[in-house]
Each structure stands twice: as structure tokens, then as C-alpha cells.
Design a protein around this ligand. Structure first.
Ligand code: NOJ
Ligand code: CA
Length: 696
């Protein structure tokens, strides 16, 4: 869909005039160095040289500015790398391939871009005999732009590059509303999204989502965060957002230390007319490298139950004692529940020594290589295997990450021997309090969750796990930058406020939370949100801001190839109608589309089950009720389908009537349009089962 800006942008944003004056001053001696457009000519990136031979890029969509001239460069250990930059070479190429995801929101993904590579040499300056060298590479798609810096082997012998800060900017060319969470706060990524004018953004994490006043949707993020510090965004003058790299630990005073040749992660700008365009884009995945761990057909996308919600409700405990959740008998109960209902996995938290007492403070006491005395891992693994159920492992590190790494091979072997092929990891501690100890009894250095060292830690875990055919689901993770393409055993992660906040959060997740996540956090990749709390009650009976129908919709809205059936078995027994949808819903998809959506208000996804003929619809609302229309043109033409509808009743409202719920069946065709009534805090879920065989 083409977007047209109705009026020249700057006429509509008088506050920008001083910045504009500066811009024109700079532009006075700006010279275009190179320019590249997307395959469909929607987006154009122009690289220019400014005053003092600085470098800037800008982005236009259909000829109108989206990103105004924004500078590029670095603050390095041996000085600034931003002036006296000479273009020494440039080249362009086109690329178009369709690749297959082993599991995902869609089986086939088209990767179609035009690329510009521009090579720069710094004139010898600042006491340096030789100038430094780097390339900037832009990949321009119709729905977004990725660019990164590449440092080739440097002239002379010194190839160590210490990055104190990246000077990359994103100058948003139009006034905009932003959805963002703060960076560098103690609770990592687990904050409610603020919705503010661009001017009021502080230091934000990415993905950061913007809607310009004239209706364009943008997201700024990064792809392929490997051996580098995570990028945050600090608000500068006017519409400028500036890279703010996560610092390195200890007294290093440097965000990143690398040896050339190396590349930075891709800095990404997604651009779409609709909010749904952001959620449908494959830009982040496309900018990642192809699978490097080989065949992953051993990983089965699946639903899982487990000893989890009971812990957050404080009905059971992680630690041993009379209320211990991870006992052999209790786990058998969950295995039976999973087997009866067709769920492949059972997660058991609190199965290993280390939880007793204040586990938050006792990461160095965790033992990942043996179970507690009341948990017979081998017997349970066998019991599950007899019923087609696999245990899901759990490694909570409480941030004693080096301690965990030392045990990792033995810990993974133990699980592999017992048929555990998915492990949930955890890094509970304040952001920046990751404990790194390079040698036993050596000093302990504090690292950030989003820093360079942790970017490498996660890859060490993934590689060790892949060797043993184990998939990883990280909680309190580093942000998702699409590395599941390269490491398809990184199947899910948390990295936002999940359902646990509805057990004990103050406040719990508000009704608009999931319709915000769909266009913010989820742009990074799958989330282990752990939906399906059909009791709608948290700890002490606190009401969850959701209707029953919305809990079902979340299985379709918030994508993850492993989805928890998170509530207690006895609660599902009380809601057999709703539970039927949870049993039926698929977790792996042939294709996915966003029918409609507005950030933080509502969103409707439709997805076709992979390897099947069924479609599923999930629509999650926000604080207000909505009446939407769902055209069914995604269904096969000429075929009748049975629509199994799970919806909010007429009087449903999360505050006053959350269980007002209707399950009904209708016969539909692709030419039909279904009305979707979403109550306040509500939602709707539909399963479409073909009645007729496919047309020949
Ligand atoms: C936080 C995780 O998000 C949660 O799912 C888990 O139960 C606890 N940590 C304990 O590891
Ligand atoms: Ca968490």
C-alpha cells in the first residue's frame, strides 16, 4: 500500500524550525555520495558527505522524508571516527531469494533487497599516521532498511577496535507518537510501554515503535546482535534518536571490543502504512545469517503445561519442603494432564538444588547436574516417554552466569539423556548485575543483560544445546534480533512483561498490553508469554485485566513455537469450552497475516496451520470495546469451512463480566465477512475447519 504525506512535512511541524535551519546550514555543503532504492522503488536511502567530511544518510518513502539526514560514526578508544571521511569505493547489487523457515510464522520468506556498499578511509588525523577504514552497507527493502558498519583489516598492525559509543542517529523527519520502554532500568525489559510524543522519549530500548502524525508506522531495532553491545536509543535534539550502546562490564569503560575484520549488527528501520505492516515484515529475519546449526527437525513446535503458575500463585514453592512443586507425584499429575489433552511438554521449575532460601541472592548455589531428592528425573522421563510427553528443562541462573557455564555441558547431557529437548533458561537479577567470573576464584565482574559479553554467552548456550539437540527458551534474555534464523534452536524467549505479572504484578498487565506487544516487542521475534489463564485470577484472587475469550486469542496473536497452557489443570476442568480451543490451536504456521490493528488498541491475526488445512484467527482488544470486521478472503475460494467461534458475550467486560463468553459454530466461505465484537479487555478466537476437500 502506498503512503502519501498530505502536506510538506515541515509546514506541519513549526517546532522543528530551528533544527531545520541547522539542517539547511549543514546541507549547504552536503554532497550526495550515493543513493539506492528498494526493489519496488518505495524506499530510497541517500548517503551524503557533510561539513568536515562527515557522513550522513537519509531515507525517503515515495519521495517524502522519513529519516532526515542522520549522522554515522563512532567514538572509539583511539578517538572519534566521524570526520575527514573519504569515499574510496562504492558498489551496488540486488538480491532476491525465497528461503524456508524450519518453523515459524510462515514457511517461506522472500528476501528481496538492493544493497549499497560504500567504503571509507579516514584522512590521517588526530596524531594518527594512518587513517582508519570502514564500510557502510545498506540493504533497502520495500518495507524497511538495514544498515551496518563493517571494519576490514586495518592499515598497519593494530586491528583492535574499542567502541566507546556509536554515533549513529535516526532523525525522525515527521512528528510522531512513540511506544517505548526505558533502557538501563533495573527490571530489564519488563516495563509497561509508555506512549508519548517523540519529544518525551528518554532513553529507550528497541524495538521502538513510532506512528507519525500523518499515519506512517516505523520501528527502529537491530538485527543479528552477535558479539556486540545491544543498542538503545537516546532522545537528542528535534526528532533525533541516538544510538546508546550498552556498556561493557567492570572498569572496561568500553561497550565493545573487537578485532577487525568484523561487522556490527544491522541497524533497522521498518516503514509501513499500517501497524500490521510492521508485524508482517520479515526484515529482521532476512538480515540474519542462514541456519548454521544444521538440521533441526528434532525440534517439534508444541504446547506445554507445567509446574509454574502454581509457583507464581504461591500455592506451591520452588524450594523443597511441604509445598514443593517439583515432586515426582505432582509432576506425574502434570504428565497425565498433558498426555490426556495432547500437549507434548511439561515444564518443571524448582527441580534442582539451589532454590531453598533466598534463591535470588544465591545463584552460585544452583546445581544443574542433579535433581532434588524428591524429584526422580529418570523415572519421570520414562513415565512421560510412555505417554508421548517430554519434560521441559529449567535452568534459572539468578545471574551467576559463569557458574552456570561451568556446569553447562554436564547439565545439558543430563537432560539429553532424559529426552529433554527444550530448556527454559532464566537470568533473574537487576539489569547490569550479571555475574561474570573468567577463572575460578577470580574477580567477579558485573555485566549488563544486553551487553557484549551476554550476547556471546547466549550463543555459547545455543551452540552447546544444539550439539545435544536441545532448544532454548530464554527468560530475562538479551533482546531478540532474529537470531533464530541462524540458531533455529533459539525457539522463544521472554523479554517483556509476561503473564507472570498477572499473578503478582502491581499493576498487572493492563488491557492494552498485548495489542501493544504485537507491534513492539513481538517485532523482534517469538515470545514465551505463557497465555491461557482461564481462571482470570492472580495471587490472592487479584483479577486479571482480560476476558476469557482474550486468553484464547493470545495463542494466535503472540507468536511462539512453544506455547504454554499455563493455568492449573483444575482450572481448565472448570472451563471445558474454552479449553477446547487451547487443545485445538496450532503452534506452527504456513502463513500469517494481520487483518487489522492499531498499536495498543486492538490487533487481529490470521494464521494457517503448517502441514494442515485449518486457519486460526486471534483478535486481542485493549481498554475500549471494539467492533471490527474480518473479511475471510484468506480462506480457499469455493470451499466451505466450519468456523468454531469463541467470543466475548454481548455484556462481556473484563471488569464486570469477564466470563461472559460464547462458543458457537457457523458455516462460512471466503466471500463472507465476520463481525468481531471485542469487549473492553476482550478478544476473540476462531478455528476454521474445512468442510469441503480442496479444489482440484
Ligand atoms: C522469571 C521467569 O520469567 C519465570 O517464568 C520463572 O518462573 C522465574 N523467573 C523463576 O525462574
Ligand atoms: Ca521474567
Amino acid at each position: 500500500m502506498n503512503h502519501r504525506c498530505p502536506a510538506p512535512v515541515f509546514r506541519r511541524w513549526p517546532a522543528l524550525l530551528p533544527a531545520l535551519a541547522l539542517l539547511f546550514a549543514a546541507a549547504a555543503d552536503a554532497a550526495t555520495l550515493a543513493s539506492v532504492s528498494s526493489p519496488g522503488n518505495v524506499l530510497t536511502v541517500t548517503l551524503e558527505s557533510q561539513h568536515e567530511d562527515r557522513l550522513a544518510y537519509r531515507v525517503e518513502r515515495n519521495g517524502e522524508a522519513v529519516i532526515a539526514p542522520s549522522r554515522l560514526g563512532f567514538l572509539l578508544g583511539d578517538g572519534r571516527l566521524e570526520r575527514n571521511l573519504q569515499l574510496i569505493d562504492q558498489s551496488q547489487r540486488s538480491f532476491d531469494e525465497t528461503w524456508e523457515q524450519p518453523w515459524g510464522e510462515r514457511r517461506l520468506t522472500r528476501n528481496h533487497y538492493n544493497e549499497l556498499r560504500a567504503s571509507f578511509a579516514e584522512k590521517a588525523a588526530g596524531g594518527r599516521k594512518t587513517g582508519r577504514r570502514f564500510d557502510v552497507v545498506f540493504r533497502v527493502y520495500d518495507d524497511g532498511v538495514g544498515f551496518r558498519y563493517e571494519f576490514p583489516k586495518q592499515p598497519g598492525d593494530d586491528n583492535e577496535v574499542r567502541v566507546r559509543q556509536e554515533l549513529t542517529e535516526f532523525a525522525i523527519a515527521r512528528p510522531a507518537t512513540v511506544w517505548w520502554i526505558p533502557a538501563f532500568e533495573w527490571n530489564r525489559e519488563e516495563y509497561l510501554y509508555s506512549r508519548t510524543p517523540l519529544a518525551q522519549v528518554g532513553i529507550a530500548q528497541t524495538p521502538l515503535t513510532l506512528r507519525t502524525d500523518d499515519g506512517l508506522h516505523l520501528s527502529i531495532h537491530e538485527a543479528a546482535l552477535v558479539d556486540y553491545a545491544g543498542m538503545n536509543l537516546a532522545k537528542g535534539d528535534g526528532g533525533v534518536l541516538r544510538a546508546a550502546l550498552t556498556p561493557g562490564g567492570g572498569d572496561r569503560g568500553t561497550a565493545v571490543v573487537r578485532t577487525a575484520p568484523f561487522t556490527t549488527p544491522w541497524r533497522t528501520i521498518q516503514v509501513g502504512a499500517r501497524a500490521g505492516d510492521l508485524a508482517e515484515s520479515s526484515l529482521i529475519l532476512n538480515l540474519n545469517e542462514p541456519n548454521r546449526i544444521g538440521d533441526v527437525s528434532w525440534f517439534t513446535p508444541a504446547k506445554y503445561a507445567g509446574v509454574w503458575w502454581s509457583l507464581h500463585l504461591e500455592q506451591e514453592t520452588w524450594g523443597t519442603g511441604p509445598k514443593h512443586g517439583a515432586t515426582t507425584a505432582n509432576t506425574k499429575r502434570y504428565i497425565d494432564f498433558a498426555a490426556q489433552n495432547g500437549f507434548r511438554g511439561v515444564l518443571v521449575e524448582g527441580w534442582n538444588p539451589g532454590w531453598d532460601g533466598d534463591w535470588f541472592a544465591n545463584g552460585w548455589g544452583f546445581d544443574f547436574t542433579r535433581p532434588t531428592a524428591d524429584f526422580d528425573l529418570e523415572a519421570l522421563a520414562k513415565y512421560g516417554a510412555g505417554k508421548g510427553v517430554h519434560l521441559i528443562g529449567h535452568h534459572e541462573t539468578a545471574c551467576a552466569v559463569s557458574h552456570y557455564e561451568r556446569q553447562l555441558p554436564a547439565a545439558l547431557e543430563l537432560y539429553a539423556r532424559n529426552g529433554v529437548d527444550v530448556v527454559k533458561t532464566g537470568y533473574v537479577c537487576d539489569a547490569g548485575d550479571i555475574q561474570r567470573q573468567d577463572r575460578e576464584n577470580g574477580p567477579v565482574v558485573r555485566e549488563w543483560h544486553e551487553g557484549q559479553w551476554m550476547s556471546n554467552h547466549h550463543l555459547r548456550v545455543l551452540e552447546a544445546a544444539a550439539k545435544r539437540h536441545i532448544a532454548i527458551n530464554s527468560h530475562e534474555p538479551i533482546k531478540d534480533t532474529g537470531l533464530r534464523r541462524t540458531y533455529p534452536n533459539w525457539v522463544s524467549r521472554e523479554g517483556a512483561r509476561g503473564m507472570e505479572f498477572n499473578a503478582w504484578g502491581n499493576p498487572p498487565n493492563p488491557p492494552e498490553h498485548e495489542a501493544t506487544l504485537a507491534f513492539t516487542r513481538m517485532l523482534g521475534g517469538p515470545m514465551d508469554y505463557t497465555p491461557g489463564i482461564v481462571s482470570l485470577k492472580g495471587r490472592g484472587g487479584q483479577q486479571i485485566p482480560s476476558t476469557l475469550a482474550k486468553q484464547l486469542a493470545l495463542y494466535v496473536v503472540l507468536y511462539s513455537p512453544i506455547q504454554m497452557v499455563a493455568d492449573l489443570p483444575e482450572h481448565y476442568a472448570e472451563h471445558p469450552d474454552a479449553f477446547q480451543f487451547i487443545k485445538d490451536v496450532a503452534v506452527d504456521w504456513e502463513e500469517s497475516h494481520v487483518l487489522n490493528g492499531e498499536v495498543g488498541e486492538y490487533v487481529t491475526f490470521v494464521r494457517k496451520a503448517r502441514g494442515g488445512e485449518e486457519w486460526f484467527l486471534g483478535s486481542a482488544g485493549g481498554a475500549q470495546a471494539h467492533d471490527l470486521q474480518a473479511p475471510l478472503s484468506f480462506l480457499d475460494a469455493g470451499r466451505r469451512y466450519r468456523a468454531e467461534i469463541y467470543r466475548d458475550g454481548e455484556r462481556a467486560d473484563w471488569k464486570t463480566a469477564p466470563f461472559e463468553f460464547v462458543r458457537e459454530t457457523r458455516e462460512v466461505r471466503s466471500t463472507d465477512t465476520l463481525p468481531l465484537h471485542l469487549a473492553a479487555g476482550g478478544g476473540q478466537a476462531i478455528r476454521f475447519v474445512p468442510i469441503d476437500p480442496p479444489a482440484r
